[in-house]
Design a protein around this ligand. Structure first.
Ligand SMILES: NC(=O)c1ccc[n+]([C@@H]2O[C@H](COP(=O)([O-])OP(=O)(O)OC[C@H]3O[C@@H](n4cnc5c(N)ncnc54)[C@H](OP(=O)(O)O)[C@@H]3O)[C@@H](O)[C@H]2O)c1
Length: 235
């Protein structure tokens, strides 16, 4: 049975991904922070194939204990992410650093911590989460967009460094989906966003869950270093 670490598992997209992976027969290490009660509900239905962790990554940069507790895995899905909205000329260095730490440094360092065992095992699947916001210019998103763009560079670099160890590294860039961060936007901004999307609809989040499964599959061994846009044509 393939074992996967899923960060951000308690978020809007994370919950959909978690449910789908468990239905497909993966063992999933479900990592959340404040909302792990949602994960306990899923765990109660998949007692033998899931484990729940509550970790505040803003307070952690040493992953040794967590990696030892989790043990051998086959893949990492970095759904963890925080949004941030402010004009570039107003954003504080504290907020900038918070966003870079959680959106970029933590996914990188967690990947680093698991890399030796994936390399030794000659198999691995690593999936980062970027965003449409990294690919277009949206007002008030400088920190978020920068962190999510950097993940694309990280994806391409790790992809070429790790492929000879049987590890693929890819990135999913969602557009505006119907779960998660979208719940934080105002009605006015939502209307604006819908106006930009060709179908005028938010994306069904199961699209993201199926893309994760597709990339994790052993048959996806030649898909490497890619950014998969799941955005309904909002390019
Ligand atoms: N939803 C979209 O439309 C969309 C679009 C583009 C890109 N994305 C990207 O897709 C990913 C998932 O998005 P989402 O909408 O599901 O986000 P979300 O609902 O806001 O969930 C965020 C997740 O990150 C976790 N998290 C936040 N701060 C944390 C911390 N300090 N330590 C540990 N975990 C922490 C949250 O845990 P708790 O809730 O337990 O605290 C939650 O599980 C993100 O990387 C996001 O940037 C989403």
């Amino acid at each position: 049975m393939r074992k996967i670490v899923l960060t951000g598992a308690s978020g809007g997209l994370g919950l959909v991904i978690a449910q789908n992976l468990l239905n497909e027969g993966y063992f999933v290490h479900l990592i959340g922070n404040k909302n792990t009660s949602k994960l306990q509900l899923i765990h109660s239905k998949f007692l033998a194939t899931s484990k729940v962790y509550s970790v505040d990554f803003s307070k952690t940069s040493d992953f040794t204990e967590l990696v030892n507790e989790i043990g051998q895995i086959d893949g990492l899905v970095h759904t963890l992410g925080v949004s941030s909205a402010d004009m570039s000329w107003k954003i504080t260095s504290e907020e900038w650093n918070r966003v870079m730490h959680l959106n970029l440094t933590v996914p990188f360092q967690l990947t680093q911590a698991f890399t030796p065992q994936l390399r030794a095992n000659k198999f691995g699947r690593i999936i980062f989460f970027s965003s449409i916001v990294a690919q277009k210019g949206f007002i008030g998103t400088s920190a978020y967009a920068t962190s999510k763009s950097a993940l694309i560079g990280l994806t391409r670099t790790l992809a070429v460094e790790l492929i000879n160890s049987g590890i693929t590294v890819n990135c999913i860039a969602p557009g505006y989906m119907d779960k998660g961060m979208i719940e934080e936007v105002t009605d006015e901004y939502l209307k604006e966003i819908l106006g930009l999307i060709p179908s005028k609809k938010l994306g069904d989040s199961t699209n993201i869950a199926h893309t994760v499964s597709y990339l994790l599959n052993e048959k996806a061994s030649y898909i490497n270093g890619q950014v998969l846009n799941v955005n309904g044509g909002l390019n």
